[in-house]
Design a protein around this ligand. Structure first.
Ligand code: ADP
Length: 156
């Protein structure tokens, strides 16, 4: 039954990693830090419907900030505010986690507050080149809760 499923889902958290349940980087709606917040852009952002949007500089794998769509509430599209100004003002530092992090540990981190989204990275460290991080995707508290409930949460 339902309760047994939830308990089983909770017990399975230690067997799964953030990589298993994340949203892959190619499916993530992100914004370039050089974006200008004019009417068209703000309409597009609102239509996407996401609460949190990673902000990148240069390449999509170089995520430097998070935009909360509520940060846009006081922005006048006629001002054509640069996204970088909003990012500097609110300064939401993204939380970065290793792709191998278990979901029970991810849940603990999310429950401690601060952020309900994390950027999933993989460290490449070989002898023949400098170590670098590969950005694989994003994970939110909702992704972890869906694993516990073992069912999709239908968005509002
Ligand atoms: P929201 O509050 O924006 O609906 P949730 O945290 O409820 O986001 O997550 C719902 C699903 O959407 C999750 O699978 C999550 O990984 C994904 N998600 C969240 N933000 C984004 C984004 N900016 N681009 C793509 N997928 C996202």
């Amino acid at each position: 039954d339902n309760e047994a499923n939830i308990i089983s889902g909770a017990l399975q958290l230690t067997n799964k990693s953030v990589e298993d349940v994340m949203t892959k980087i190619e499916d993530v709606f992100m914004l370039d830090v050089n974006t200008v917040l004019d009417f068209e852009k703000m309409t597009e952002i609102m239509h996407q419907g996401y609460t949190r949007i990673p902000v990148y500089d240069g390449e999509k794998t170089n995520i430097i900030s998070l935009l909360n769509t509520k940060d846009l509430a006081l922005i006048d599209p006629d001002d054509k505010t640069p996204l970088s100004t909003v990012c500097k003002f609110y300064d939401h530092r993204p939380l970065f986690v290793d792709y191998d992090l278990r979901l029970d540990a991810m849940l603990q981190t999310f429950l401690q507050g601060n952020s309900h989204m994390a950027i999933v990275q993989k460290l490449h460290n070989t002898d023949d080149q400098d170590p670098y991080f590969e950005t694989l995707g994003v994970i939110t508290l909702e992704d972890v809760i869906e694993e516990i409930l073992q069912s999709e949460i239908v968005d509002e």
